[in-house]
Design a protein around this ligand. Structure first.
Ligand SMILES: [Zn+2]
Length: 199
């Protein structure tokens, strides 16, 4: 069975070590959890695979989607699509060592946060100010956002300056942190306060 090995950073052939058959949300599409061992580095992996139709009477197990170690492109589902898609692409760019493109995608994800808050927002600079004014982000997160905006510009415009790997990693971490702060933690805190108000 084929799956993506994070240690080998590529799709690898694996030895199947164990199988548990499942019925995904009662769709009756045969699927299974598989414990795998990478044939190259011998590390363990857990995946999920579905049986797919490849011909009129032919069925084959699809390559396994990795569940553990959890894929780097995993983004919290509470983050809305407008920011989420750019975050996923930023992670893909980073993995592909395309650091300037990663910086651009990080900026785009924060642009998504701004647009989600106020669809009339035209620029990232204006959007960040609005988020701060409306109390969605505080001064520190605003500072991260500004750093992101400056580096986004560096990545987006044709200059000879490149975004360094370390900078791209920090920008990526800031982007994920801003999105989680705005969409995951704020919502969690609101729910927490509502529960407290009830008791
Ligand atoms: Zn491996």
């Amino acid at each position: 069975m084929i799956t993506e090995c994070p240690h080998c950073e590529s799709k690898v052939d694996c030895i199947e070590k164990g199988v548990v058959d499942i019925d995904i949300e009662h769709t009756h599409i045969p699927a299974k959890y598989v414990l795998l061992e990478c044939k190259v580095c011998h590390n363990p992996l857990l995946g999920i695979s579905e049986l797919i139709q490849t011909g009129e009477d032919d069925w084959e197990w699809d390559s396994a989607s990795r569940l553990w170690p959890s894929p780097e492109t995993e983004i919290d589902w509470d983050i809305p699509e407008i920011a989420r898609n750019s975050l996923i692409e930023a992670k893909i760019c980073f993995k592909a060592k395309a650091y300037s493109a990663c910086a651009v995608m990080c900026g785009r994800s924060i642009e998504g946060v701004c647009k989600h808050h106020d669809p009339k927002i035209k620029t990232l600079a204006g959007g960040l100010k609005k988020l701060r004014e409306d109390g969605v982000i505080d001064d520190r997160i605003y500072g991260w956002g500004e750093a992101l905006r400056e580096n986004r510009n560096l990545g987006a415009h044709a200059t000879t300056e490149k975004v360094a790997k370390d900078d791209a990693r920090d920008l990526l971490d800031f982007s994920v942190a801003i999105c989680e702060y705005v969409f995951v933690l704020n919502a969690k805190f609101e729910r927490f306060q509502k529960r407290r108000a009830k008791t």
